[in-house]
Design a binder for this molecule. Sequence first.
Ligand code: SF4
Length: 201
Amino acid sequence: MTEPVVLISALEHFVYCERQCALIHCDGVWIDNAHTVRGARAHRRVDSGKHRRERGVLTLRSIPLWSEKLGLSGRADTVEILDGAVYPVEHKSGTRHGRAADFQVCAQAMCLEEMLHTSIPAAFVWYGGPRRRQQVPLTAELRADVEAAVTAIRAQMVLGELPAAPADERCEECQLEPHCLPHVTSTANDLARRVAAQLTA
Ligand code: SF4
């Protein structure tokens, strides 16, 4: 059986919430909220595909990426080339939320390394909230974490299992909350666990 290809964007969803990743990438659920609409608006420029050169930096926009080795595919918002060095820059409209964007940009760099036979020691994430660009060192640990996440996402896709809802503060900003109903499903799961424990006691 051919292994399913994992989308680079799934890494962001997986790191945020494993259930969110399964709902989007296995069940095909998508609901826009204020955050996703703002993000889509902010991406219009990078999605334009127009390249530019400024102060010696060539900026390529909306570049398709893939990795045969990792079974990954997706698109880089921007890839910059300066003095022969190549590095991806991921664009986020808001502020930093944990390591989600680090995983995404690291996966982009790993694809570029395979495609271009080069090595990329660091990548960048631009956060539109503070209007700051943050460097992401592509350490062995981050690369291993990305590979482990890709393997876990692929397992989700093959097995089709929906992880339990964590029902914590992440749900307040999650666009899938109306579909996921985290507090209802976590209570139901908890009840089912208690009944099972009673029956096996
Ligand atoms: S509502 Fe909460 S549990 Fe459900 S997908 Fe979103 S973050 Fe995950």
